[in-house]
Design a protein around this ligand. Structure first.
Ligand code: PGA
Length: 244
């Protein structure tokens, strides 16, 4: 088990390059990888670098399947706040991944049943090879808000006030942030064969240390990465980690 490998990099640019190298390595070793990818600001440099690797022939994405990590509930099609739209613009299109290789979360109907079916289908396909995740200011992974158990399944969640405030910076103001969402579960994420957590900026310093060095428990969902059976790599810049 060994615990997460923590790779401290100089800044956000180096984080993007280091992350892209790691992900390109997973794609080379597992060309038909099943991957879940986060939105949020932190992984955007990684995705841009990865798209560059693909253009130079250093990353092959023709066979990978991409799973959606999380999405707000209650948006009309085409809403500017759609996390799927964000992922499409910044990951799927630059990496040439078309619709038939994308698995979306359920957003309507019998959501409880549909989320359970989503998890079963993922398990039948062998689970995730790679999860690329960011760290919420409250220690969430995806929208697995505290408290989240390590076995929590894919489900509907109410977003915490901390997450709503953090997400307001993407869309304008607090009133623009939907309050409910669907998230892939902790159980699905923690079972990924490889996990890359990217953390950048001074505002993440305290939560980064709590998640990776503090007590493990549902109050900081990312702390379960300390016990994940998979290979966890945390790529964190100096602003988020300090010099220690
Ligand atoms: P951020 O989001 O990358 O925009 O900081 C992280 C998260 O909430 O998971």
């Amino acid at each position: 088990m060994g615990g997460p490998r923590i790779q401290v990099v100089q800044d956000a640019d180096e984080l993007g390059r280091a992350g892209a190298d790691l992900v390109a390595g997973v794609f080379a070793a597992t060309p038909a990888a099943s991957v879940v990818v986060a939105t949020g600001r932190t992984p955007m440099g990684l995705y841009a670098e990865l798209a560059g690797c693909r253009r130079s022939g250093l990353a092959d994405t023709t066979r990978i399947t991409v799973y959606q990590l999380d999405e707000y509930l209650g948006l009309e099609p085409g809403d500017r706040r759609s996390l799927f739209g964000w992922m499409r613009r910044r990951f799927l299109e630059p990496l040439g991944i078309t619709g038939e290789r994308v698995v979306r979360l359920p957003l309507g109907g019998d959501l409880e049943g549909a989320c359970a079916a989503f998890d079963r289908a993922l398990e039948e396909r062998g689970g995730l090879d790679l999860a690329i995740l960011g760290l919420g200011p409250n220690g969430h992974l995806g929208f697995n808000e505290p408290p989240s158990d390590p076995w929590a399944p894919t489900r509907v969640v109410d977003l915490s006030p901390v997450t709503i405030v953090a997400n307001a910076s993407y869309w304008g103001e607090v009133a623009d942030v939907p309050t409910r969402a669907v998230t892939m579960g902790m159980g699905q994420l923690l079972s990924a064969r490889a996990i890359v957590l990217v953390v950048s900026g001074k505002s993440k310093r305290e939560i980064a240390h709590r998640a990776l060095e503090g007590p493990v428990g549902p109050g900081v969902p990312a702390s379960f990465l300390q016990e994940a059976a998979s290979g966890v790599t945390v790529i964190v810049d100096r602003a988020a980690w300090g010099n220690g």
